[in-house]
Design a protein around this ligand. Structure first.
Ligand code: UD1
Length: 419
């Protein structure tokens, strides 16, 4: 199993090119199932999760190839509606093929994604929404079996909570439904707007982009197009956090400051100088120790849960103390015991954590527990005294393209070791 060996203490300085967003690429790939003519998706990050979904879509009979940062697909060959447990179990986002299969093929059999380290993460909202469009759904032997006679019928969908994946699944499905679908309490994450924009390019009719009410007027067919995945706002924030953590200066390029304004404001509150360009952001910590900052995770445009662990790591070496409330997932503080092993002072009570900054972290063997938590351990290691071994980095490979090359290019001493 691969591990990272990280020698801490270097101030990180330089430029990092940001990749396309994993969380946008996955729904965009799922939406490619709808196109009746070939299509091309560019700026696709080379990540394990993307490979899993490409394999899953290929298994549905779609002709699909993935080379460099480009995926080319021809979904006219789609001939099967089965998404097996072996693939789905490794990635919850596989459930995103449910809506498109149902809309295009009239039937889908998709394994339930099951539990997940950061919480139970059910898919009840996805199923309820598809039922509102006329799907008949049975859950049996760990599989969701969904069917529809003829086309899905447009309808009113009201989500009980803001769900990113649920909004994406139903948005994709509604594009081919008969009549108008109104999606209320829709998630407003930039990845959803990206998905809506690609669907519109494929011929879909969608209004209300960037709001919590999406109105979709169904069409009979969608065609292929060429599209580029939006920049990864979480990867952007993670590298900016690396500058804040080490007192350094990092410029992220091929990104968009508008995607993560709420996070940038937190960095400013820490005392960093943040400069925003059209497609770049630079964070200069000017050799200072950051001030600890409090925040609460909430749906977009508020503070993203996917940046919680990274900002907690920065707070761990901050001046003063901060309170962090996690409101999206019930069990997303698994990085806390690991950060504590490195000398962080963090008290957790329910979904709140109080972080009291310490002068120095010290190297220790630690274990990654989930994708974003793994980056928080890398951040801690970059600032710690000594050499840290981060185990189970397969989590990090699910979501950060070329992480060691990118970190090395800004002066980090990090290497991958295999055992
Ligand atoms: C997506 C992101 C993930 C991010 C999360 C929240 C992708 C591939 N993943 O995950 O990185 O952390 O949004 O911004 O885009 N819920 C239910 N029932 C449902 C659906 C969700 O109870 O049917 C709950 C979940 O358990 C969770 C909350 O709603 O507590 C939010 O989940 P959701 O927004 O659906 O997250 P994902 O789409 O899985």
């Amino acid at each position: 199993m691969d591990k990272f060996l990280i020698q801490g203490g270097n101030k990180l300085e330089g430029e990092v090119r940001i990749s396309g967003a994993k969380n946008a690429a996955l729904p965009l790939l799922a939406a490619m199932i709808l196109a009746e003519t070939p299509m091309t998706l560019r700026n696709v990050p080379n990540l394990k999760d993307v490979n899993t979904l490409v394999k899953l879509i290929g298994g549905l009979g779609v002709t699909i190839s993935y080379a460099g940062d480009t995926v080319i697909s021809d979904a006219s060959t789609l001939d099967n509606q089965f998404a097996p447990y072996e693939l789905v179990k490794t990635m919850r986002a596989s459930i995103l093929v449910l809506g498109p299969l149902l809309a295009r093929y009239g039937e889908a059999k998709v394994s339930l994604p099951g539990g997940c380290a950061i919480g139970s993460r059910p898919v009840d909202q996805h199923l309820k929404a598809l039922e509102a469009l006329g799907a008949q759904i049975e859950v049996e032997n760990g599989y969701v079996h969904a069917k529809v006679d003829g086309r899905l019928k447009g309808g009113e969908v009201i989500f009980d909570m803001v769900t990113v994946g649920g909004t994406e699944n139903i948005l994709i499905a509604a594009t081919l439904a008969e009549g108008v679908t109104t999606i209320r309490n829709a998630a407003r994450e930039p990845e959803i707007t990206d998905l809506a924009q690609m669907l519109i390019k494929m011929g879909a009719k969608i209004e209300g982009l960037d709001t919590d009410t999406l109105i979709v007027t169904g069409v009979e067919k969608l065609h292929g197009c060429e599209y580029a995945v939006v920049a990864d706002r979480i990867e952007t924030g993670s590298y900016l956090a690396a500058a804040a953590m080490t007192g350094g200066r990092v410029k992220t390029t091929h990104t968009d400051p508008a995607l993560l304004e709420c996070v940038l404001e937190k960095f400013e509150e820490m005392g960093a100088e943040v400069t925003r360009g059209d497609d770049w952001i630079e964070l200069d910590m000017m050799g200072k120790r950051p001030k600890a900052v409090s925040f609460r995770t909430l749906p977009h445009p508020d503070f993203p849960t996917d940046m919680q662990a990274q900002l907690m790591a920065v707070n761990a070496i901050g001046r003063g103390f901060a309170t962090i409330s996690e409101t999206i997932f019930e069990n997303r503080f698994m990085h806390v015991p690991e950060l504590s092993r490195m000398g962080a002072n963090i008290q957790v009570e329910g979904n709140d954590a109080v972080v009291t900054g310490v002068d120095k972290l010290s190297a220790a063997p630690v274990m990654a527990t989930d994708l974003r938590a793994s980056f928080s351990l890398v951040l801690a290691a970059l600032a710690a005294e000594g050499e840290t071994l981060v185990d189970r980095i397969y989590h990090i490979d699910r979501g950060y393209e070329d992480i060691e090359a990118k970190l090395q290019s800004i002066g980090a001493q990090i290497k991958r070791v295999s055992e």
